[in-house]
Design a protein around this ligand. Structure first.
Ligand SMILES: NC(=O)c1ccc[n+]([C@@H]2O[C@H](COP(=O)([O-])OP(=O)(O)OC[C@H]3O[C@@H](n4cnc5c(N)ncnc54)[C@H](O)[C@@H]3O)[C@@H](O)[C@H]2O)c1
Length: 335
């Protein structure tokens, strides 16, 4: 097991679910309540027998204020108080909901996360962002509140559907692209082991991605500067996800290809490096053919993105593999 620390939060990677009781300080907490994703509960029921828990149905639509209010009612019925520790056990949806409920219940109680999807282990559980959606707008209501611990147990990944694994790989590849060339090469060289979810290799991948993401977050929690790099592939990715209703990782993959093509046209990124990235995304079953997605049709959606400033986009581009940068781009440069 490796422990990574950012802010005050320890992240236990390559850890076993069985150590959970050791992470709870019963001098501080009078009660522990788990919020468990329904599919995780179905597959791993026996892990929860000794705990108080609430099962949350799976799906993005759970990220709503109504669900939060119902959970608050449930917590009150379970006699939760200010000394209750809430632990989210699930993917990004459950982590986001748990983080938000924890931030607002009785003006704030502590939360821990046990992320069970690859995406949640390498991305959603780390960084403190939480929240719910409103109407068609994602993550519009939320806070930045750090969990008291994150426990990452790669055995949960054994039951993760293929498509969900690929969603997580889009973020893993993103981390290598923007922050660490050696890590990117490691992913390339160990692609077969990763695809077969070899546990030692996955522990290393989660460790590396958490180290990279948390070092960025530690320097820029509120996304004023460097944290924006993590939006690589997401500017057009979010627009594609919304317009074509395709899974997040697939949309990010297409968003990465789009922004890379833009950088190639501007003479910044080499064709060789773009093709390396394309090959790796495709190896993990992610889509890379952008012919059917016209940038011009996506722009209106991109312009509604909350991350836009004035009439320039802050696009995250690559100088080369391992080095992302924030590039202000005028809208007319896409025309
Ligand atoms: N807070 C952040 O910084 C941050 C970052 C990235 C994404 N997110 C959010 O995360 C969410 C996406 O997260 P996700 O991709 O983990 O999706 P998810 O939580 O919806 O999980 C995906 C699917 O996998 C199932 N599942 C989870 N663990 C499983 C397991 N071990 N075995 C079998 N099935 C399992 C779930 O039931 C669900 O059907 C989005 O809402 C997104 O906005 C948040």
């Amino acid at each position: 097991m490796t422990t990574i620390r950012y802010h005050q939060t320890p992240v236990y990677v390559g850890a076993s679910w069985d150590i959970l009781p050791e992470l709870v300080d019963f001098n501080i907490y009078s009660k522990v309540i788990l919020l468990v994703d329904e599919n995780v509960y179905r597959w791993w029921k026996e892990r929860f027998v000794n705990y108080l828990y609430i099962v949350i149905p799976s799906g993005e639509e759970q990220k709503s204020l109504l669900v939060v209010e119902n959970l608050v009612q449930d917590l009150i019925a379970m006699d939760a108080d200010r000394n209750t520790l809430l632990i989210g056990v699930g993917g990004g949806v459950v982590c986001d909901i748990t983080g938000f409920v924890g931030a607002v219940f009785m003006r704030g109680i502590d939360v821990g996360f046990v992320p069970t999807t690859l995406l949640a282990q390498v991305d959603a559980s780390v960084g403190g962002k939480n929240g719910v959606n409103t109407g068609k707008y994602k993550n519009m209501i939320g806070t930045i509140t750090q969990p008291v611990f994150i426990l990452s147990d790669s055995s949960f990944l054994a039951t993760l559907p293929e498509e969900e694994f690929a969603n997580g790989m889009a973020e893993v590849i993103k981390h290598g692209c923007i922050l660490d060339e050696n890590y990117y090469s490691f992913i390339e060289e160990n692609r077969n082991k990763i695809r077969s979810r070899d546990s030692d290799t996955m522990d290393y991948v989660v460790q590396k991605s958490v180290e990279l993401k948390s070092s960025v977050v530690a320097k820029d929690e509120r996304e004023i500067g460097q944290r924006k790099l993590l939006n690589y592939g997401h500017t057009f990715g979010h627009a594609i996800e919304k317009k074509y209703n395709i899974p997040h990782g697939q949309a990010v993959s297409l968003g990465i290809i789009m922004v890379n093509e833009f950088s190639v046209k501007k003479g910044v990124l080499s064709v060789l490096e773009t093709n390396r990235i394309k090959d790796l995304l495709a190896f993990f079953g992610l889509p890379v053919a952008i012919e059917n997605y016209a940038v011009q049709e996506l722009l209106p959606l991109v312009l509604h993105d909350k991350k836009r400033i004035s009439d320039a986009l802050q696009l995250i581009t690559l100088k080369r593999i391992g080095e992302g940068e924030i590039t202000p781009v005028r809208i007319d440069e896409f025309m």
